[in-house]
Ligand binder design. Structure first.
Ligand code: ARG
Length: 378
């Protein structure tokens, strides 16, 4: 490869290759008799001054490689299934971290495999935008006087810094936690200014996230929110559980459901606000009503295994015949990152850093290679 030079035109979709016909490793001078063969695969092929020149049209070339590789591989003839893949699912106002990156890549592969098998696939990104932590974000924003959301140029990081600042403050001031809970309570009941601002924050964050997904060529069919399942929605399900006599009050005055003799899972706090699990129960029921899925995959790290086991068990308790259609696809937890302490790494920064390092290496290398073209595209 050391003698293969690549240049690329202004239009980055076309790469021009220059291949010397002779080097100390090989001699193609007599082999290039019929350049028509080569013409079938490449564009603008020419042999001049002991060099062969040709263009590669990126999209055509990739298509050809993929189609050739697929030759002979056909999906088995099975009944088409209706599949939901929920993946990525970062929390808004917090950084998209490496754990979410893993979920994004694995989830996208699972979705692609299912599409290849001709299943009906819906890709859902379920954004975490609910819970007491958002009370903290609000307090942090007020501390810094960040009122005009329209002004944000970097919403995710701004919101994240607010969250970290409020947490720092809470270390020395115990009232902050109560205050954050109160703000979230107001959000749950959708009745004020705070809720209106929340809608704006969500919009900004999606725009920002989409930029990152674009770099990874990942496209979602639906963005859904934890805030779609507010206390009101969850209440209907809680009433049903009461009717079925599944609930009791735990030591903290939370409503809890017994999933086994030893295990109670709290699903509503004493102040009437919802919990992560209650929102997931409501979301699963809602999605089943909308999609009648055969399987719903949740691509989420190992650390949430108990959560998903509880979810499936609770759906069984509610006599929902489809409870076992939920599958938790796990992957190893990424250690050493804490959003609360502010040590999480942003995906955007990781991609930028990787790009920078690769570029640097390319510049240091003696000759340019195909890699440099790829790097310049990301
Ligand atoms: N937002 C969550 C987190 O970052 C992951 C959500 C996973 N999906 C779910 N349906 N609970 O930890």
């Amino acid at each position: 490869m050391s003698n293969l030079y690549v240049t690329f035109g202004k239009k980055i979709d076309t790469y021009t290759f220059v291949l010397p016909l002779k080097s100390k490793y090989y001699d193609l001078t007599n082999k290039i008799k019929n350049i028509n063969d080569i013409r079938n695969n490449f564009d603008n092929v020419a042999v001049e001054n002991n060099n062969m020149y040709f263009n590669v049209l990126r999209d055509n070339y990739i298509k050809q490689i993929l189609e050739n590789n697929l030759f002979g591989v056909r999906p088995p003839l099975v009944d088409n299934k209706n599949i939901i893949v929920e993946f990525s699912s970062p929390n808004i106002a917090k950084p998209f971290h490496i754990g979410h990156l893993r979920s994004t890549i694995i989830g996208n592969c699972i979705a692609n495999l299912n599409s290849f098998l001709q299943n009906e696939v819906t890709k859902i990104n379920y954004l975490g935008d609910w819970g007491t932590q958002f009370g903290y974000v609000y307090i942090g924003m007020k501390m810094k006087n960040i009122d005009n959301i329209e002004m944000y140029t970097d919403p995710i990081k701004t919101l994240y810094t607010s969250y970290v600042d409020a947490n720092k403050l809470a270390e020395s001031n115990p009232n902050i936690h109560e205050h954050a809970k109160e703000i979230f309570r107001q959000l749950e009941f959708e009745d004020n200014e705070v809720y209106k601002n929340w809608e704006k924050i969500k919009q900004f964050t999606v725009l920002e996230l989409e930029k990152t997904y674009k770099r990874l060529s990942v496209i979602f069919d639906q963005y859904e929110w934890e805030s779609m399942y507010t206390a009101k929605k969850v209440n209907k399900i809680i009433n049903k559980m009461e009717e079925m006599q599944l609930l009791k009050l735990d030591n903290n005055n939370r409503k809890a459901i017994a999933v086994s003799e030893e295990k109670n899972v709290p699903i509503m706090k004493s102040d009437g606000t919802s919990l992560y699990i209650s929102r997931d129960i409501a979301a699963a029921i809602d999605r089943f009503e909308r999609h009648k899925f055969d399987t719903m995959y949740y691509i989420v790290e190992n650390g949430q295994t108990d959560h998903f086991n509880n979810l499936i068990q609770i759906l069984h308790k509610l006599n929902l015949s489809w409870a076992d259609r939920l599958k938790h696809v796990k992957f190893g937890r990424v250690h050493g990152m804490s959003t609360r302490k502010g040590t999480a790494v942003f995906l955007e920064d990781i991609l930028n850093k990787a790009k920078e390092i690769m570029k640097q290496r390319q510049l240091e290398a003696k000759s340019k290679s195909v890699l440099s073209v790829i790097i310049n595209r990301t």
